[in-house]
Write a protein that binds this ligand. Structure first.
Ligand SMILES: C[S@@+](CC[C@H](N)C(=O)[O-])C[C@H]1O[C@@H](n2cnc3c(N)ncnc32)[C@H](O)[C@@H]1O
Length: 183
């Protein structure tokens, strides 16, 4: 496991920065193209394809994990853009598992449109992460990278703890995306 200093040095490599930025840009373009063909009756009211560029860090972590076997797992999928980034940077060589309840109107329909185009081989569990532990363990996961980006309230963190703590402990790497707003 690298130290923060080693991680910062790794991320500062301009060649790597260019390559991750390029893949993130291409992923964004693919999503925009797919959004343009999304039937109106499947579209969410919310148009955002993702929320911020910091998720690019996942791309660097996937490079860092080259040669380490295991799955890419994400709690909190939204429309799938961060999962597609991880999948592409991992050369589509890993099993990809996403967990999300998709509760907003048309969220599942819109996500499924992108999934068919950009993540055809990925596996999804539709549900709240706090209730999905058992289903997830049945998939016999070996986790290379766990991205926790689902519910951001303290309640979510507390409820996730029993189900996901063992997964987090056995993962090669974890990235937790937090909210900057106190709730
Ligand atoms: C910030 S978005 C995820 C963004 C996505 N990772 C990306 O970067 O493109 C948060 C997602 O978490 C999902 N979510 C909310 N509560 C959840 C829970 N308890 N378990 C799993 N997912 C949850 C929401 O449906 C939403 O799609």
């Amino acid at each position: 496991m690298p130290t923060i200093q080693e991680l910062n040095q790794f991320i500062a490599d301009p060649v790597l920065q260019e390559s991750v930025t390029q893949v993130w840009k291409l992923v964004g373009e693919h999503f925009e193209q797919a959004q343009a063909t999304l039937p109106a009756e499947q579209a969410m009211a919310r148009r955002e394809l993702s929320f911020h560029d910091h998720v690019r860090l996942l791309g660097y972590l996937c490079v860092l994990l080259e040669g380490v076997p295991g799955d890419l797992v994400e709690i909190g999928v939204w429309k799938g853009k961060s999962l597609v980034l991880m999948n592409e940077i991992s050369n589509r060589q890993r099993r990809v598992i996403g967990i999300d309840p998709f509760v907003l109107p048309n969220q599942f329909e819109e996500f499924d449109h992108y999934r068919r185009a950009l993540l055809p081989d990925a596996l999804f569990i539709r549900g709240f992460s706090e209730f999905c532990g058992e289903h997830f363990y049945k998939m016999a996961p070996k986790v290379a990278l766990l991205h926790i980006d689902g519910g951001h309230t303290g309640r979510n963190v507390l409820l996730d703890h029993p189900a996901w703590y063992p997964v987090a402990l056995s993962s090669s790497m974890i990235m937790v995306t937090t909210s900057t707003r106190p709730r």
